[in-house]
Design a protein around this ligand. Structure first.
Ligand code: MN
Length: 198
C-alpha cells in the first residue's frame, strides 16, 4: 500500500541552516522519515488499520505499526513547525496569553521545555500540548509516543533522537535544543492551538 506518503518540506533543505544543516535534513527527512513511511505502508495490509488516520493508528495500534505511525505523525508535526526564512516569530494572541498564564513567561516556558528535552533519557520527544480544559502542558514522550495517546492535542515538539542532531551537534543535545527556538514558526503553533476539533 502507498496510503501514506513522505511529506513535502515547506522550505528548501538548506533553509534551516545553521541551526539544522542541509545534511541533517537530507538524512532526517529523506532517510529516517521516509523509512518510517515505507515501513508503515508495508505493515498496513491485513492490519485492520487500512482506512485509519495516523492519529487513530497511534491511539489504537501496538507493535511495529504503532511505532512507525507514531514516528510519521511526530515528524510531520516537527518538520511542519519551522520557518524557512529568518524570523523574529514570537507567540501572539491567545497562545501568548496561555503561555503567560500556564508558565509565567515565554522564557520560563522555554526553560522548562529545554530541560525536559535535555533530561529525556534515550530516544524520544519533548512536547507542548493543550489538554481538554485548554491548559498548556509540557511532556516527555519516549521513542515514538505522541501526546494524542494521553488525550492531549500536540502543538510543538523537539525531536531528541540522536539522528535529529548528531551530525551538527554530536553529543551536545542541550545546545541543539537551545538553538531550535531560532527557527520555530510560532504562527504554525498558534494555528494548531486555535484549531477547533470535534
Ligand atoms: Mn527524528
Amino acid at each position: 500500500m502507498t496510503k501514506f506518503t513522505l511529506m513535502a518540506l515547506p522550505y528548501v533543505p538548506e533553509a534551516l541552516e545553521p541551526v539544522v544543516s542541509r545534511e541533517t535534513i537530507a538524512f532526517h527527512h529523506g532517510k529516517h522519515l521516509a523509512a518510517y513511511v515505507n515501513n508503515l505502508n508495508a505493515l498496513l495490509p491485513g492490519s485492520g488499520f487500512e482506512e485509519a488516520t495516523l492519529e487513530e493508528i497511534v491511539c489504537r495500534a501496538s507493535g511495529g505499526i504503532l511505532n512507525n505511525a507514531g514516528q510519521v505523525l511526530n515528524h510531520e508535526l516537527y518538520f511542519g513547525q519551522f520557518a524557512g526564512e529568518p524570523t523574529k516569530s514570537v507567540p501572539t494572541g491567545k497562545l501568548a496569553e496561555a503561555i503567560e498564564r500556564d508558565f509565567g513567561s515565554l522564557e520560563a516556558f522555554k526553560d522548562t521545555f529545554q530541560k525536559m528535552g535535555a533530561t529525556l533519557f534515550g530516544s524520544g520527544w519533548v512536547w507542548l500540548s493543550v489538554d481538554k480544559e485548554g491548559k498548556l502542558v509540557v511532556t516527555q514522550e519516549t521513542n515514538a509516543a505522541n501526546p494524542v495517546q494521553k488525550g492531549l492535542k500536540p502543538l510543538l515538539t523537539f525531536d531528541v533522537w540522536e539522528h535529529a542532531y548528531y551530525l551538527d551537534y554530536q553529543n551536545r543535545r542541550p545546545d541543539h535544543l537551545a538553538a531550535l527556538w531560532q527557527i520555530v514558526d510560532w504562527k504554525v503553533v498558534e494555528e494548531r492551538f486555535l484549531k477547533i476539533e470535534d
